[in-house]
Design a protein around this ligand. Sequence first.
Ligand SMILES: Cc1ncc(COP(=O)(O)O)c(C=O)c1O
Length: 470
Amino acid sequence: MPIESSERDVLLRAAEHALAWLDGMDARSVATTATLDEMRARLGRPLADAGIEARRVVDDLVADTEGGILGSQGGRFFAWVIGGGVPSAMAADWLTTVWDQNAGIHACGPAASVVEEVAAGWLKDLFGLPEEVSVGFVTGTQMAHSTCLAAARHAVLRDAGWDVEAKGLAGAPPIRILANAERHGSVDRAVRFMGLGSDNIEPLATTDGRVSPEALGAALSASRAPTIVVLQAGELNRGAFDPFEALAPMARAAGAWTHVDGAFGLWARTSPAHRDLARGLELCDSWTTDCHKYLNVPYDSGLALVRDAAAHRAAMTLSTSYLPAGGAARDQIDWNPEFSRRARGFPIYAALRELGRDGVADLVGRTCRLAQVLVDGLGALPGVEVMVRPTLNQGVVRFVSPKAAATDADHDRHTDAVIAAIDASGEAFFGGVTFQGRRCMRISVCNWRTSDDDVGRTIDAVRTVLLKNS
Ligand SMILES: Cc1ncc(COP(=O)(O)O)c(C=O)c1O
């Protein structure tokens, strides 16, 4: 029997709203325009005793959130590393919602399990990672770090004769964590989650965001304790890559596990023009990345990739008498920290099919080219200093105060003021960062929608703001 017309109506209505929102993206302000108070006033109604018609709920939701939805789906959003949604991934995400599979085990959603199995193979191939690598489809890089560090913790303590899953960490040999000093904060948070203690992180000194073999060698030789080395593919500001080719064999020789934060940088491996930036990456032991960033699938979608599948499984697996085990099939609960979970493989599978190998390479190559065009265009404007010209998709500039005898503090204030004015113009959106002790504007390009026109329009918008602020 077909569904009730009221249910059909509400789903079609949501699709209409979604399409209207996408259609309006180019004309709408990229920044939000509603204030916090307005959002609270509109959305913060008391919970009524009686429910209301589903269609009205959807219409109200759209009306009440007007001006409160950030334009990160569009082509002129350059703050943080966010990405949009390619059409098939957005559509597959809708279907994921409607199918509502619990992708915890194969038995709860056989197609969801097989889609992840297939997508895992495609992704390893795209990243040039070994066939034996196991993959967990998690919410994002944060949880991917936690998953990989759980596997790493298992392996380094197993090698020290300690079963951490059974005995826990109390009384275990202490684990050293040697980590790139310019790492992302999500690494420290995962270290905390894993009970390893952020005080046990020993920062590895960097030059231009990269750890040198000398720095790692000195740290490794200081102790034979169980060790996890944390490197990165794509540092936050410059998109720098550690020299994995030199570092990974050193860590392996010392019996250490090497984990890589590749939240966006792992995707460099998919682009022939950028692959070499991450030379030797395949020699490491675990890797994290996001599909919600560079692959342009909807949130939330990250990957935990682990060479030692047995360690990965030992750290994650769970079986109970009421859950049928998959047997030959893939149970996601063996590779993921969640129990019940969204079938987030469908949008990934869809995006990879829509783009193909060439499309992924083009997406990465194009956004990296546009990042350079944008930074070069901004750098040509009076009062703009380029701090980082992108080698991948990340750049950094700052705005020099026009005041006579301006101090560093003046430049910092001016930079923050210019960023705020650009964002307020609604034409483009950037974020600030303190880089090398200076307030700067960070530029990330990773949205499939960003075009040469978007970049030109953005440079025009910045020029206008600078003229007003000079
Ligand atoms: C380099 C890097 N690592 C980790 C993360 C955290 O990723 P997620 O927000 O998907 O957990 C980010 C997020 O922007 C990042 O840029």
